[in-house]
Design a protein around this ligand. Structure first.
Ligand code: GLP
Length: 241
């Protein structure tokens, strides 16, 4: 596990955006796994700016979405699909054909998604945020290390922290998410945590291994797991370990 402790939030955001851009510059047909959440919004804005400035061709890259709420109408403004359209697809001038979203409206959607990942040759770089309860994607506490893409019931803590992202009262209580084992199959993982609200979970992440109560700890066994932190998220850890 590599930890990059940044001097500012902006530096952390740019570091993550640069990693994605470098991956695509080196291998234009890279497969990138995307995460949503407030943490990732500025990363995608930075990626749009960096790719524009460097005139990087993103047209051969392919993007897999990590998770999606269940029960929302297609293209609901609070869906992750809509988020990706607003923060990634449009600003980066990409095509719909470059994206795969968890098929939440199809029966057997989880199986199909696993199949699509396999057919695409797997994910080269998976972006990840972290929930205050240690969830990754929507793998809530209690998730197993060998879990695959599946339907997950969201915890009260997750519902509470995501509530402000909903434009109306309709808050789904279930989601379809890549599993932990699915995520671990990506060739590299990049997790970003920013802000004081993540300080406790980052401390827990660094002090525990394979803890089902904090699924992010499973990722530490990945040979290419990079954790990028801003000063607030790193404020409760002692890196002299
Ligand atoms: C969401 C997503 C995760 C995300 C996490 C943190 O519910 N399913 O992929 O990493 O919660 O979100 P935020 O960055 O808004 O704190």
């Amino acid at each position: 596990m590599r930890i990059i402790q940044c001097d500012s939030k902006e530096q952390a955001i740019n570091a993550v955006a640069s990693m994605v851009l470098e991956k695509i510059s080196a291998h234009p047909a890279s497969v990138i796994g995307l995460a949503t959440g407030r943490t990732m919004e500025p990363v995608y804005a930075s990626l749009a700016k960096l790719s524009r400035d460097s005139e990087t061709d993103l047209s051969r890259a392919f993007f897999f979405m990590l998770d999606e709420y269940l029960g929302l109408p297609e293209d609901h403004p609070s869906s992750f699909k809509h988020y990706i359209k607003t923060h990634v697809l449009e600003p980066l001038h990409l095509n719909n054909s470059q994206f795969a979203f968890p098929p939440v409206h199809a029966p057997e959607g989880a199986l199909h998604y696993e199949q699509s990942l396999k057919e695409a040759g797997g994910v080269d770089l998976q972006l990840l945020g972290i929930g205050t309860n240690g969830h990754v994607g929507f793998n809530e506490p209690g998730s197993l290390k060998n879990s695959r893409t599946r339907k997950i019931e969201l915890t009260e803590e997750t519902l509470k922290s995501n509530r402000d992202q909903f434009v109306d009262e309709l808050i789904p209580t279930e989601a379809l998410s890549m599993g932990i084992e699915t995520i671990l199959e990506a060739r590299s993982l990049v997790m970003l945590a920013t802000g004081k609200s993540k300080a406790d979970v980052i401390k827990h992440l660094l002090n525990h291994h394979d803890d089902p109560n904090c699924p992010a700890t499973y990722l530490k066994s990945h040979p290419h797991f990079t954790l990028v932190l801003d000063p607030d998220a790193a404020s409760k850890i002692n890196l002299n370990i």
